[in-house]
Design a binder for this molecule. Structure first.
Ligand SMILES: Nc1ncnc2c1ncn2[C@@H]1O[C@H](COP(=O)(O)OP(=O)(O)OP(=O)(O)O)[C@@H](O)[C@H]1O
Length: 677
C-alpha cells in the first residue's frame, strides 16, 4: 500500500466538511479536529465515515480518551455522542452529512481496514497517521504510547526477583506489628508484593498509609540489598552494599515536596524500631523528590527528554507518588527511561480524577485492585514472605499486574465525616451522600444548598462557623508583616519566617470549582473574590500584579523554573523596594521569581478541582455549577472532597446537581486495561 496525496476535495466529502465547519464555528468542535480530517483527506481516498472517525478521534483525544472504541460508534445515537457531550441535534446533523455510516462495530472495522490512511496494527506499517488495533482506532502516537506502557508494565510485573522469602518475612515482622485477629495487613502485603518484582502498585484513598507503607518498603529494600542477584542484562553495576540508589518523584512540585516530607518523617519514626539499619543515612542519600519533568530532564520546545532508553536514569528504585495524575505519554517516557534492573513503585488513588491529558493509566492498571484477583502462587508467597493468610474472596485469576497491585483499604486519617462522605460518593450512593452531609454534627462538613453567590464570597473572606479562616487569615498575617517591617526586612531569617508563615496560612484554605467558565466557575469567582477581599480592606488591586495576589502557573517555563500547576503568592521584594516577587513553597524550601518575569499565570483564589490534585488544604470549599456538564462526575466530587484535611464545605447553587454529579462515572476509552490483562 502506498500513501498518495490528493488535494482536490471529493464531492462526497463536501456535506460533511461543511457540517464540521458549522459545528466548529458554533464552538462544538476544536479547529484542530476539522484540520486533522482535511489532512487525512489529502493522503488518499477518504469516504465520509473515515473523516467522521478522524473528527471524533481528535475530539475524544481532547477529552482524555486515548482511542475510539468502534463499539462506541454503533447505533443511531451511539455512546460517542454522550462521551462528547453533544446534543442529539448536533449529532444527527453530523451523522446525516456523513451518511451512510457503517451500522455495527464490525462494519466500521471492515470500512476502516481498507482505508489507506489506517494501519491495521498486525499488517505492514507504512507510517499511516491512524492505527486500527482490534476494535480500537488510535492516533498513531497514542497507540505507540499505550502499547509501550502495556508491554513495559507487564514485563516488569512478570520479572520476579530471586528473593529469600524467609528473610523478607524476618524484616516485615519487625517493620509491621502483628495484625489483629482476622484482619489482613494490606500494608505488609503491599511491601511483600513490591519487593518480589520490578513493579509494585500501591493504591488507596487519602490517609490509607501509602507513604507509611513505602517508607517500610524502602527500609526492607535497604535491609535486604545485595541479597539477590541482579540480572545479567543489567546495564549498571550492582550498587555497593546497602547503597541502593533511590529516587522520589511526583507529577507536580507540591506533590513531590509532600512525598519527601512524609517519607522523611516516616523513616525518622522507623529508625527507633530498626536502629541497625541507619535509616537517617538512607533518607539523607535519597535527596529531594523531583517532578517527573525534572527527573526525566525536560527540554524546552520538545516532547523528548534527556533520559530515555539510550541514556537511562541512574536509579535502582523509583517511587512515583500521585500516579493517577500521570498521563499516558509521560508514563511511556518514564518507563522508557527506567533502566531494566530498576524497580518501579507507583503510589496513587485509583478513584481520583485521571490526568488532564489523555489516558487513565493508574485506573486502568488497578482495575482488579478492589477484588484482588490474586493467584494461588501469590497467596502462597504472601503466606511465606509476610505470614498473611489471604481471605478466599481475594484469591482469583487476575493477570500479572493484579499480582503486583495492592489496595490499602483502611484510612488512618479520614475516619470521620469527610472519610464517610468520600466513601459514599465513591460508591455513588446519593442518599447516603445527602445523609452524611446533613447529619454531620462534628462541624467537619457543611452543605450550603442552595447557595447564592454572596455566601461563597463570604466563605472566601472568613470561612464559616466551626471552620473559620478564609483568605482573610493569610492576608491579615501578610499585612501584619508589612506593617511591622518583616516584609522588607534585610534580615533573611526574619523575612523567610514571615513568607513561610503567610504561605502556610494561604495553603490552609482553598475554593475549588468544578468548571472554569461562568459565575460559578474559576473565571467568575476569582474576580468576585478579589473584589470582596478588596472591599474588606485586605487587598489593594493596582493593575495585574498586586500584593497578596495568589497565582497559578499555567505553562511550564524553563527560564524561570516554574511549572504548570505551581501556586505562589505575590509579596513585596525586600531587595527592590516597589517591586513584587512571587513566592512558591516546596516543602521546607521556598523559591521566588520576580512577578514581571512570570508570563503564563492566572489568579488562584479559586482553582479547578483538576488543578488541585496533589494538594491538600485544612479547609476545602467545593463549588458546583448550576447544571451538569461533561466534567461533572463522581471522580471529580471525590477528588474535591479528599483535598480537605479537617473541614469541607460544599456549595451547590441548584438542588439536584450534586445527585447528578455523584451518579455519573467518568469513562475513558483506552485499550490499556485489556492489554495489561
Ligand atoms: N499502620 C499504621 N499504623 C499507624 N499509623 C499509620 C499506619 N498507616 C498510616 N499511618 C499514619 O496515618 C497517616 C496517613 O498515612 P500516609 O500519609 O502514609 O497516608 P497516604 O495514603 O500516603 O496519604 P495521602 O494520600 O494523603 O498521601 C500518617 O500519619 C501515618 O503515619
Amino acid at each position: 500500500m502506498v500513501l498518495t496525496s490528493t488535494t482536490t476535495p471529493d464531492p462526497e466529502q463536501q456535506a460533511l466538511l461543511a457540517q464540521i465547519d458549522v459545528l466548529t464555528e458554533a464552538g462544538q468542535l476544536r479547529r484542530l479536529s476539522g484540520a486533522f480530517a482535511r489532512f487525512v483527506a489529502t493522503l488518499g481516498p477518504a469516504r465520509p465515515p473515515l473523516l467522521l472517525a478522524c473528527v471524533l478521534l481528535s475530539e475524544l483525544e481532547g477529552r482524555g480518551h486515548s482511542c475510539l472504541m468502534l463499539a462506541d460508534l454503533a447505533g443511531a445515537s451511539p455512546p460517542v455522542r454522550s462521551m462528547l457531550g453533544w446534543s442529539e441535534e448536533d449529532w444527527q446533523a453530523l451523522r446525516a452529512s456523513a451518511a451512510p455510516l457503517p451500522k455495527s462495530a464490525t462494519a466500521w472495522r471492515a470500512h476502516l481496514y481498507q482505508c489507506e490512511q489506517v494501519w491495521p496494527a498486525a499488517d505492514l506499517d507504512f507510517g499511516q497517521p491512524l492505527v486500527l488495533d482490534g476494535d480500537r482506532l488510535y492516533l498513531r502516537r497514542y497507540w505507540r504510547d499505550e502499547t509501550a506502557v502495556a508491554h513495559a508494565v507487564r514485563a516488569r510485573a512478570l520479572r520476579q526477583r530471586a528473593i529469600d522469602a524467609g528473610r523478607v518475612r524476618h524484616w516485615l515482622d519487625i517493620l509491621f506489628p502483628p495484625a489483629a485477629e482476622g484482619d489482613t495487613d494490606w500494608q505488609k502485603a503491599a511491601c511483600a508484593v513490591a519487593v518480589r518484582a520490578d513493579l509494585g502498585i500501591i493504591t488507596g484513598g487519602p490517609g490509607t498509609g501509602k507513604t507509611y507503607t513505602v517508607a517500610r518498603l524502602l527500609a526492607l529494600l535497604f535491609a535486604t540489598a545485595g541479597m539477590e542477584r541482579l540480572p545479567a542484562a543489567s546495564a549498571l553495576p550492582p550498587a555497593a552494599g546497602g547503597g541502593i540508589r533511590i529516587a522520589l518523584a511526583a507529577p507536580t512540585g507540591k506533590a513531590a515536596a509532600r512525598l519527601k516530607q512524609s517519607i522523611d518523617q516516616a523513616l525518622g519514626a522507623l529508625s527507633a524500631l530498626v536502629p541497625d539499619l541507619n535509616l537517617p543515612e538512607l533518607a539523607a542519600r535519597m535527596g529531594a523528590a523531583r517532578t517527573l519533568h525534572s527527573l526525566l530532564g525536560a527540554r524546552p520546545d520538545t516532547r523528548n527528554f534527556v533520559h530515555h532508553k539510550g541514556n537511562p536514569l541512574d536509579v535502582d528504585v523509583l517511587i512515583v507518588d500521585e500516579a493517577s495524575m500521570v498521563h499516558l505519554e509521560m508514563m511511556a517516557s518514564l518507563l522508557d527511561a527506567l533502566p531494566p534492573h530498576a524497580r518501579l513503585v507507583l503510589l496513587g488513588d485509583k478513584d481520583q480524577l485521571a490526568s488532564v491529558e489523555a489516558g487513565a493509566v493508574l485506573g486502568d492498571m488497578c482495575h482488579d485492585a478492589e477484588s484482588g484477583g490474586y493467584s494461588a502462587a501469590t497467596a502462597a508467597y504472601l503466606r511465606d514472605a509476610a505470614g498473611i493468610a489471604l481471605p478466599e474472596a481475594f484469591v482469583g485469576d487476575g493477570g500479572p499486574l493484579a499480582q503486583q497491585t495492592v489496595m490499602l483499604r483502611k484510612s488512618m486519617r479520614f475516619g470521620g465525616a469527610i472519610g464517610q462522605l468520600a466513601l459514599a460518593v465513591n460508591a455513588g450512593d446519593v442518599a447516603r451522600v445527602r445523609d452524611v452531609l446533613r447529619g454531620d454534627d462534628s462541624g467537619q462538613l457543611a452543605w450550603i444548598d442552595p447557595a447564592h453567590h454572596g455566601q461563597v464570597l463570604q466563605l472566601a473572606l472568613e470561612g464559616r462557623p466551626r471552620a473559620e479562616g478564609g483568605y482573610q487569615h493569610y492576608l491579615r498575617r501578610m499585612i501584619a508583616g508589612i506593617d511591622d517591617g518583616a516584609a522588607l526586612s534585610q534580615d533573611t531569617l526574619r523575612h523567610e519566617a514571615w513568607v513561610r508563615d503567610v504561605l502556610s496560612a494561604f495553603e490552609s484554605f482553598r475554593i475549588l470549582c468544578a468548571v472554569r467558565e461562568g459565575e460559578w466557575g474559576v473565571a467568575g469567582l476569582n474576580d468576585a473574590i478579589a473584589a470582596r477581599l478588596e472591599a474588606a480592606g485586605l487587598l489593594r488591586r493596582r493593575g495585574e500584579w498586586y500584593v497578596g495576589r495568589p497565582v497559578m502557573v499555567t505553562r511550564n517555563d524553563y527560564a524561570t523554573g516554574v511549572f504548570n500547576g505551581d501556586i505562589g503568592l505575590t509579596l513585596p521584594d525586600p531587595m527592590r523596594p516597589g517591586s513584587l516577587r512571587v513566592y512558591f513553597s516546596e516543602g521546607p524550601a521556598i523559591r521566588s521569581v520576580l512577578a514581571t518575569r512570570l508570563r503564563n499565570v492566572e489568579t488562584a483564589f479559586a482553582m479547578t478541582v483538576h488543578k488541585s490534585q496533589g494538594s491538600e488544604f485544612a479547609h476545602t470549599v467545593m463549588v458546583l455549577p448550576t447544571s451538569a456538564s461533561a466534567v461533572l462526575a463522581r471522580e471529580l466530587v471525590y477528588t474535591g472532597i479528599t483535598r480537605a484535611r479537617t473541614h469541607f464545605t460544599l456549595a451547590t447553587p441548584v438542588a439536584g446537581v450534586l445527585d447528578e454529579a455523584a451518579t455519573v462515572r467518568t469513562h475513558r476509552a483506552s485499550g490499556l486495561r485489556g492489554l495489561v490483562g
